[in-house]
Design a protein around this ligand. Structure first.
Ligand SMILES: [Zn+2]
Length: 227
């Protein structure tokens, strides 16, 4: 090899290494990509958007440079279109939760379940231009979970469950400190945490707890991911 090419080859090698590093980093947050030894946490917010709580949560996520996933209730979007657009603009993922969050109406039949998801997705598309690809069952689903999941998959959705909760729906009147503690307790030592939180209007304590929740999992070496 001619000596004069050595700097060029070295430069190309550095470029290649950089590209590989960027690709590896991008894959860290691909939800289906299992990374040995890598701890990941998905912050998932259900039942928004709300004006104050979603806004505060977005402020914190921006400060911390973290992407999260918001499963929205489209009946709550009217008057909060700008909040929904902000979620998308700041790089977060918007998923379908429900149009109405009315369990009896949603779970009356497969048709009503699909109609509810379709109405929510249509609202997301109309307001943000985004086609939602992830879905979370209102109330976590029913005994027909497997069949209904298959149905939703056929319609292009990935169904996202959770394996840890902050307790903001389970523990009435929980303080921010309790929500932080509950997040840590239910996450246990899982390498792949999907944490359920809520950003609907009553959940100011969740917004207050978020910085400490983030600090804890960051200190434990978790990478923050969105779907
Ligand atoms: Zn919900």
């Amino acid at each position: 090899m001619q000596k004069k090419y050595a700097p060029l080859i070295a430069f190309l090698a550095v470029l290649l290494l950089l590209a590989a590093n960027i690709a590896a980093h991008a894959a860290l947050c691909a939800p289906t990509f299992a990374y040995a030894g890598e701890k990941r946490i998905f912050l998932t917010f259900d039942d928004g958007p709300s004006t104050v709580v979603t806004g505060r949560i977005l402020d914190t996520l921006k400060e911390e440079n973290i992407r999260a996933t918001f499963f929205i209730v489209s009946d709550r979007v009217r008057g909060r279109e700008e909040t929904l657009r902000r979620i998308v603009r700041e790089g977060h993922t918007v998923g379908v939760h429900s149009a109405t969050h009315d369990y009896a109406a949603i779970y009356a039949s497969d048709e009503t379940l699909l109609a509810d998801a379709t109405a929510c997705a249509a609202c997301i598309r109309r307001v943000t231009g985004v086609t939602a690809r992830v879905y979370r069952f209102p109330g976590g689903g029913t005994s027909a979970f497997a069949r209904q999941s298959a149905l939703l998959r056929e319609h292009g959705y990935t169904v996202v469950r959770w394996n840890a909760v902050c307790g903001d729906e389970e523990i009435a009147g929980a303080s921010p400190e309790t929500l932080v503690r509950e997040s840590i307790r239910t996450a246990g030592n899982k390498a792949n945490v999907v944490l359920l939180l809520h950003d609907s209007a009553p959940h100011r304590a969740t917004a207050e707890a978020l910085p400490a929740i983030i600090a804890h999992f960051r200190a434990q070496g978790y990478v923050f991911c969105a779907y």
